[in-house]
Write a new protein. Structure first.
Length: 209
């Protein structure tokens, strides 16, 4: 079990976050708690474990992303900023672009305020369906839709080969099995740092030239 107070050290020592990133994460956490008094950005029951349950859970995805490239990442259903905003805080490469998609006006407003307050290189959009074609190299999501629905968005909207990186609970293998009935998936499963029953699904979405 991860001790809440140990998470900042884990972020620096194991995931290569910088001290300046932690400063932004501390500020983000306080703003999240303040917003959560009025709006339901995260479950009230997880307010005492924001570092482990939300921040570290999102931050672990940096292990699977090459931020030293001129690539694009989109995050679907970013909500209170997970995982997309955490990944954007980590990113220090101006050539690597992060875009967050969130339908809820309240959460969209929060995300825009965080981007401005924390001075993050990141863009925010309301609806992925407003974009006809999306060029991205990474698609991430945490509390969004089931895997088959995410694969459908990947298939219809993204025209270049990319990686789909999804944080899932104990339903990970079940969702993969269901999605595999209709198409052959090239995927890998990784254990989550924050929950022994949770998984990270990585799907290689290969597009023909």
């Amino acid at each position: 079990m991860i001790i809440e107070s140990e998470v900042p050290k884990i972020l620096i020592q194991e995931l290569n976050f910088k001290t300046s990133d932690l400063d932004k994460l501390y500020k983000f956490k306080m703003e999240l708690l303040s917003y959560n008094k009025r709006y339901n950005l995260i479950s009230k029951s997880t307010e005492n474990v924001i570092w482990s349950r939300h921040i570290l859970d999102s931050a672990q995805l940096v292990k699977f992303i090459d931020f030293n490239s001129d690539k694009n990442l989109i995050d679907l259903g970013s909500g209170g900023g997970f995982p997309g905003l955490i990944l954007a805080i980590f990113n220090s490469n101006p050539k690597f672009h992060v875009k967050l998609y969130e339908k809820s006006n309240v959460k969209l407003d929060f995300l825009n305020k965080m981007v401005d307050l924390l001075d993050i290189e990141c863009s925010v959009a309301k609806n992925i369906n407003d974009d006809q074609i999306i060029n991205c190299d990474y698609l991430t999501s945490r509390a969004f839709k089931k895997l088959p629905e995410i694969l459908n968005i990947s298939r219809e909207k993204i025209k270049i080969s990319h990686k789909i990186i999804i944080l899932k609970g104990k339903s990970a293998q079940e969702e993969i099995n269901k999605a595999s009935k209709n198409e052959s998936l090239k995927y890998k499963l990784f254990d989550s740092m924050t929950d022994k029953e949770s998984k990270i699904i990585i799907v290689d979405a290969i597009k023909s030239e």
